[in-house]
Design a protein around this ligand. Structure first.
Ligand code: KG4
Ligand code: ZN
Length: 343
């Protein structure tokens, strides 16, 4: 089963060809840099960029795969969640290609695909054998925790009630004057530093917050943390690079601590593996803390290869190649779904 996958849910334009769900034959990713001056993704700019770049990127991915158009068995694309106008570009392109080639079409969920990214590493176990599993998706747009009793069955345990972890890091970086995206800069500044104990409050969910039926203990909130940093910086602006770096380190520790504690709670339900995907799973402190947690709990940690942590089409093609997503002919009648829930 050779799948051409397309991903355009946010500010990455990507196409990839994957064999049998796991073997990446090609993966072309373009990260749009036009958003940097705005300190966040501008939807209108993102979709225009996708329109301009996607045709060439698809051609490149098919050419690099070595199988050619004739070697493809299936077309897959992200249908949601994500920015509506960006999703529309990839999803419509996928429909067009499927109609032109006569190949079947699959609609793939972006959040579920982030978890599949760990299985694009040839060293990872078979996705069916990794279950029961706990899955953490941490990116600029999503922060969710899942229990996966068997392959393809995802039960959401918790999620953020406000900002995503990546968004919390990006906003902090903006406050500290570190540019966008902030996650990688904070990661670099914090490396080799010791965080001060309890410098920032942990992202807990306030009593009475709507969690959509999820256990509040398993949910996260980063808005209080962000406000705490804002107050700190307004009351006493950091003096010099040293103080900025220490604040970044303390803040990152609070984000990582909140994530790791929810993972720990989730693992108590019993699991063979813990999988983490999404741009924030690149964070070196988070990787280290998850490694320690899994070692202590006797659970295997599955992390995506760095090139597959951020948004990419290989995770889309891979998941579709494992039989997940909405198949044809139903898929042809579907529109994009900006808030498409997993499951
Ligand atoms: O998965 P992704 O590429 O796009 C979304 O689906 O959102 O994630 C992007 C997010 C950004 O918030 C970025 O700051 C964060 O991932 N990020 C990091 C690191 N690299 C990227 N956060 C912390 N540490 C990193 N090394
Ligand atoms: Zn993503």
């Amino acid at each position: 089963m050779i799948v051409l996958g397309i991903e355009t849910s946010c500010d990455e334009t990507s196409a990839a060809v994957v064999r049998d769900g796991r073997e990446v034959l090609s993966c072309v990713v373009h990260t749009q840099t036009q958003h940097r001056p705005f300190g966040g993704v501008v939807p209108e700019i993102a979709s225009r960029c996708h329109v301009r770049l996607l045709p060439g990127i698809v051609e490149e991915a098919v050419a690099q795969s070595g199988v050619g158009w004739g070697g493809l068995d299936l077309i897959a694309a992200t249908r949601g969640p994500g920015l509506a106008s960006s999703l529309l570009v990839g999803w419509s392109t996928a429909k067009g290609i499927a109609l032109r080639t006569g190949l079947p079409l699959r609609a793939v969920n972006h959040v579920e695909a982030h978890l599949h990214s760990v299985f694009l590493d040839p060293a990872a176990p078979d996705p069916r054998e990794a279950c029961p599993m706990v899955g953490l998706v941490v990116s600029g747009g999503h922060t969710s925790l899942f229990r996966i009793p068997s392959f393809g069955r995802l039960e959401e345990l918790g999620r953020t009630v406000d900002d995503a972890a990546g968004e919390a890091l990006d906003k902090a970086a903006k406050l500290l004057g570190l540019g966008y995206p902030g996650g990688p800069v904070i990661d670099r500044l914090a490396r080799g530093r010791a965080p001060r104990a309890r410098a920032f409050p942990e992202g807990r969910v306030r009593e009475g917050t709507l969690t959509g039926g999820l256990d509040p203990e398993m949910c996260l909130s980063f808005s209080g943390l962000k406000t705490a940093l804002l107050h700190r910086v307004t009351e006493r602006p950091p003096q010099g690079e040293e103080e900025v770096a220490q604040l970044a380190c303390d803040y990152q520790e609070a984000v990582v601590g909140a994530l790791v504690r929810r993972c720990d709670l989730a693992l108590r339900g019993g699991a063979k593996c813990l999988a983490a995907g999404g741009g924030v799973s690149l964070n070196s402190r988070l990787r280290e803390a998850l490694r320690d947690l899994c070692a202590a709990r006797g659970v295997r940690l599955l992390l995506a290869l760095p090139k597959h942590c951020g948004d990419n089409a290989a995770m889309i093609a891979g998941l579709a190649g494992m039989g997940r997503g909405v198949p044809s002919p139903e898929s042809f009648g579907l529109d994009v779904a900006p808030s498409w829930p997993v499951g």
